[in-house]
Design a protein around this ligand. Structure first.
Ligand code: NFS
Length: 676
């Protein structure tokens, strides 16, 4: 877009930015993003002809056969592009049916997603062992209460033993969870008794992650499992290994090593990058190296080094789930979600960007070439062509973390004044609602309990609880509103209808940008939810952490059942889950373990299963008879909200607690008021 056009419609972009307030989206980019800050940077990047995912999604049209999950590329006789109901096209060369193909593709997503969270969890278990052997300088056990609790749960001797000895046993036991060949994952016992019985009947309790992922990859290969319902059992068992082993080990052991989250206040959006400071942006999922960078960054030594290069100080901000990990534990600010990873460099003031694993897109390397930003990879599992690699392991992480920070400070002087384009937009956000903190906050220090939550659900002040989680992308824009609007409007509608919202992942970041992670958001809540928020002193939207921290939600739901009064199993609870703009295989693995927990799980946009009517009926309808939960898919956030509220009301009805609450129906005026 030309400068004249932009200036004539909104004045000079720099002037608007200098007001320091949320301003409007740059004209012409409204269909792409509802975030003013993102639009300002994107407009400049487009002018400078720097390609980002926001542009590439315009030219890349998805293959409709692949999008429907009916492209079978399992062997070299194809790829077979199947079309339901079309003679000669409804089976592959080998004779495979459409249902089998869709189930295989779905299963491969779950295998990949589970592998990601599990490899992350395994790293943390290994770190725990290294800490206990004093082979991980810089790391220590921060939460001994959680360490003792977990050791006790796992039958590990506490008496007369040091924290490091106990930690070593916890680490080794956690590590063994990944390779167990038989039995049941140790955390399974945290689920309600009725649910465990159901899982045993279904035959889906995971043994070890490695075995489940390998078996699923075996069974989804050509010539293998040809009964999609039978194959789905292994899909479920693998997804369960994701939630109840991989992710839960990651969450629990990270809490022990780095501290269990409690509410901390930070800021969210691109405006957290400070023009006068050295800015280091970190991105990825495994927080271990970043933890040490954050610690080092707070020392007077770093302040002095930053001042020596002419900066006012040193500033760190995150992207994606490493950001969520730092926000919930230390209140470190978040620059943006998945969608912002390239855009962040367009500010021209990112002196270094450090990435670890997962959701790090390949386009980053190309964008970095246009700026002074020093892009660095740290994991031997995720390197980028042409990008400097600073290999880290547990033994050298502290020294490498310092080297990275020092390198980034040095790079401050290489800023190109002609490319500096900062924005001021940012929002305060409170994050850090771990399961332990929620329990404490509801019941108090001496009687920590979920009782007040259950009572509020029973008396109708809280209609239900919703988890709104998962990715955001630049892709679903232009169709039914922007990606960010889908997250934000969905959350607003849920809280307006007295549904308490718990968030993780990029969805939480998007809410943070919209100001939903503040106590003030209670103004947007329905009267019942608001009365609870006022009494407890919280906002209506609780940020619980990264995507592995969905395991906190598993534990919290179990606690609601254990507390009593709202059913004996998860599928009786008035709860629902949603991923308003899912993208990664990890999201499908998460969705499946919640469905198997008995939860209604709504995804937007559609899942890659639309090529088979029969498979869709199985997961969207019949599955409710099997697990008590089911999948749902939507194109519009409005329909998603209605589906979630209807499900919550159905459960309230079954529990006999559906009182007088009135559904808030949005007219056009209310919608406009809710604009992001
Ligand atoms: Ni989850 Fe976190 Fe974000 Fe999606 Fe990627 S960062 S693990 S996968 S995009 S929420």
């Amino acid at each position: 877009m030309s400068d004249e056009k932009r200036q004539s419609s909104m004045g000079d972009v720099t002037e608007v930015k200098d007001l320091g307030v949320q301003c409007d989206v740059v004209p012409g980019l409204e269909g792409l993003t509802s975030c003013a800050a993102t639009s300002q940077i994107l407009a400049r990047m487009q002018d400078d002809q720097i390609s980002t995912a926001w542009d590439r999604q315009n030219t890349m049209k998805p293959c409709p056969i692949g999008a429907a999950g009916v492209c079978c590329n399992t062997c070299k006789m194809g790829p077979c592009r199947l079309i339901e109901g079309k003679e000669g096209k409804d089976r592959g060369v080998c004779g495979v049916t459409i249902e089998t193909v869709v189930a295989r593709q779905f299963g491969k997503f779950v295998a990949a997603g589970t592998a990601c969270h599990s490899d992350h969890g395994r790293e943390v278990a290994e770190l725990m062992i290294a800490v206990s052997e004093e082979k991980a300088p810089g790391y220590r056990i921060k939460d001994t209460i959680k360490l003792y609790a977990l050791a006790e749960e796992w039958g590990i001797e506490l008496e007369g033993r040091s924290d490091l000895e106990i930690g070593g046993d916890v680490g080794r036991k956690a590590l063994a969870e990944f390779s167990n060949q038989h039995g049941e994952g140790a955390f399974i016992s945290r689920a309600p008794a009725k649910r465990i019985e159901k899982w045993r009947e279904m035959g889906i309790i995971p043994r070890g992650n490695d075995r489940e992922v390998v078996e699923l990859m075996h069974r989804t290969n050509q010539g293998m499992d040809q009964q999609y319902k039978n194959l789905m059992k292994q899909v479920s068992r693998t997804a369960m290994a994701d939630g109840w082993i991989g992710s839960m080990v990651a969450t629990e052991l990270q809490d022990i090593i780095f501290g269990t989250p409690a509410p901390a206040t930070g800021e969210v959006n691109l405006g957290v990058l400070e023009p006068d400071y050295v800015n280091l942006v970190f991105h990825g999922h495994e927080p271990s190296v970043t933890e040490l960078m954050v610690e080092y960054s707070l020392t007077p030594e770093v302040q002095a080094k930053a001042e020596a290069v002419g900066a006012k100080g040193f500033n760190m901000a995150g992207i994606c789930c490493t950001a969520n990990e730092q926000m919930v534990r230390h209140g470190v600010s978040i620059a943006g979600s998945y969608s912002a990873q390239e855009v962040v460099m367009g500010t021209g003031i990112v002196d270094g960007m450090v990435v670890d694993v997962q959701c790090v897109i390949e386009g980053l390397g190309e964008v970095a070439k246009h700026y002074h930003t020093k892009l660095l990879t740290t994991s031997p599992k995720a390197m980028i062509e042409g990008v400097q690699h600073v290999e880290t392991d547990h033994s050298n992480a502290q020294e490498q973390a310092k080297a990275i920070v020092d390198m980034v400070i040095e790079n401050f002087k290489n800023r190109d004044p002609s490319k500096i384009n900062p924005v001021k937009d940012k929002m305060p956000a409170v994050a850090g609602y771990s399961f332990e903190y929620i329990k404490y906050m509801l019941g108090g220090k001496f009687r920590a309990s979920f009782r007040p939550l259950n009572d509020a659900i029973i008396d109708g002040r809280i209609r239900g609880v919703a988890a709104v989680v998962g990715c955001d992308t630049p892709v679903t824009n232009n169709k039914e509103g922007t990606s960010e609007a889908a997250h934000v409007e969905l959350v607003k509608k849920l809280i307006a209808n007295d549904v308490l919202v718990v968030q993780t992942g990029c969805s939480a970041t998007v809410s943070g940008k919209a100001g939903l992670l503040t106590p003030e958001a209670m103004e947007m809540a329905g009267p019942g939810l608001r009365s609870i928020c006022e009494a407890v002193g919280i906002g209506p939207v609780l940020h619980a952490g990264a995507c592995v921290d969905n395991s906190r939600i598993l534990v919290a739901l179990a606690e609601m059942v254990h507390e009593g009064g709202i059913g004996e199993d998860i599928d009786e609870l008035p709860v629902a889950g949603a991923a308003p703009d899912w993208m990664d295989a990890k999201a499908i693995a998460i969705g499946q373990y919640f469905v198997d927990y008995g939860v209604y799980v709504a995804f937007r946009p559609t899942l890659p299963v639309t090529g088979s009517t029969e498979f869709q009926k199985y997961i969207f309808e019949d599955y409710e008879q099997i697990s008590g939960g089911k999948w749902a898919q939507f194109d519009k956030w409005e329909d998603m909200a209605d589906g979630m509220l209807a499900h919550i009301d159905k459960k309230r009805e079954a529990l006999g607690i559906n009182g007088e609450q009135e559904r808030v129906l949005y007219d056009m005026e209310m919608r406009r008021d809710l604009e992001v």
